[in-house]
Design a binder for this molecule. Structure first.
Ligand code: DGL
Length: 296
C-alpha cells in the first residue's frame, strides 16, 4: 500500500493547497479527500466540524497515510488542536496531522510593511480568532483584523466565482475589512476556496482605489501610512503551505522516509464522483479519477 500524504478539505478548496504542494513536491503520493456532501463547514459549530474532520482523518489513516494535512482553514481552526492533543497520542501516536493556519501566520508577518494585516475567511475561522492569536504571538507588533465572507465559498462551490454577480459580494467584504482598518497592506486569503476569486478581488481593490483616491494620490506625495487598496498584497496559501511542508519533512526525516514516492494522486469525495470530476477541473485544469466514499 502506498504511504501517501493525505490532504483533507470540506470541499474543493483544498485543491488549491494540493496544487501548491504537488507543484513543489511532485514525487510523493497523495490522497485528496473532499467532504463535498457536507460542505460548507464555515458556518457549522465547533463540535460538528471536529467530528467530521476526525472522521476524514481516520479514513485517510485507514488508507495508509502516515501524514494528513488539513487543507482547510475552518477544520484547522476548529479541529486541529484537539486531534493533535486528544486523538493522536492514544490512537495513532506514529501519525501526524498538520494544519494551514500556523504556516500562513509564520510568513505573513514578514510581508507587511505597516504591520496591519487583514484576514478574509469563513465565519468559523474568523470567530475562532485563530489567525489573530497565531500572528500576534509570532509578531507582537502586528495588528490583525478579520472579516467573514459567508458568500464567497458558495460562489466558488457553485461555479459563480468569475461571473458579474460575484462582484457585489467581493466588494462588500473588502470594504468591510478596510473599514475596520484602513492601514492594512497585506490580506491573507484565509480560506482555501478564495484563490479562485483572486482576479475579482484584485479588480475590486483597483476600483476601490479609483473611487476613493487617498490624499497621497491627489497631492502626488507618496503616503507611507495609508496604503492604496490596489497596492495591498494578497496572500493565497498554496505555495506557503508547500514550503512549510517541505521544511517539516526536512526536519522530520523519520516521517519523510515513511512516505512513498510514486507521483500518484487519488481523489475521494463524499459527493457524486461525476460532480467532483467536473468541478475539480476548474481548480486543477485537468481530468481526475475520483472515487465516491461515505464518512461516518
Ligand atoms: N475551504 C475551507 C477553508 O479553508 C472552508 C470552506 C467551507 O466553508 O466549507 O476554510
Amino acid at each position: 500500500m502506498a504511504k501517501s500524504i493525505g490532504i483533507f478539505d470540506s470541499g474543493y478548496g483544498g485543491l488549491t493547497i494540493l496544487e501548491g504542494i504537488r507543484h513543489r513536491m511532485p514525487d510523493y503520493d497523495y490522497i485528496y479527500l473532499g467532504d463535498n456532501a457536507r460542505a460548507p463547514y464555515g458556518t457549522r459549530s465547533f463540535d460538528v466540524v471536529h467530528e467530521f474532520t476526525l472522521q476524514a482523518v481516520k479514513r485517510l489513516f485507514a488508507m495508509g497515510c502516515p501524514l494528513v494535512i488539513l487543507g482547510c482553514n475552518t477544520a484547522s481552526a476548529k479541529a486541529l488542536r484537539s486531534i493533535q492533543q486528544n486523538y493522536l497520542p492514544t490512537n495513532a501516536p506514529d501519525r501526524r496531522v498538520l494544519g494551514v493556519i500556523r504556516p500562513t501566520a509564520e510568513v505573513v508577518g514578514t510581508m507587511s510593511r505597516t504591520g496591519h494585516i487583514g484576514v478574509l475567511a469563513t465565519e468559523g475561522t474568523i470567530n475562532s480568532q485563530s489567525y489573530n492569536l497565531e500572528i500576534e504571538k509570532l509578531y507582537p507588533s502586528c495588528t490583525v483584523v478579520g472579516q467573514a465572507c459567508p458568500m464567497w465559498v458558495p460562489l466558488v462551490e457553485c461555479g459563480e466565482y468569475d461571473k458579474p454577480g460575484a462582484d457585489y459580494f467581493v466588494r462588500d467584504s473588502l470594504q468591510k475589512l478596510l473599514h475596520q482598518d484602513p492601514l492594512i497592506d497585506t490580506i491573507i486569503l484565509g480560506c482555501t476556496h478564495f484563490p479562485l476569486l483572486l482576479p475579482k478581488i484584485e479588480q475590486q481593490l483597483a476600483q476601490l482605489s479609483t473611487r476613493n483616491p487617498q490624499p497621497s494620490t491627489l497631492n502626488s506625495q507618496p503616503s507611507t501610512l495609508t496604503p492604496q487598496p490596489s497596492t495591498i498584497k494578497l496572500i493565497p496559501q498554496g505555495q506557503y503551505i508547500a514550503t512549510s511542508l517541505e521544511d517539516y519533512l526536512r526536519r522530520h526525516p523519520d516521517m519523510d522516509q515513511r512516505l512513498s514516492r510514486g507521483g500518484t494522486c487519488q481523489y475521494l469525495t463524499t459527493e457524486s464522483a461525476t460532480k467532483f470530476r467536473e468541478s475539480a477541473a476548474l481548480f486543477l485544469h485537468e481530468e481526475v479519477n475520483v472515487q465516491h466514499i461515505t464518512l461516518n
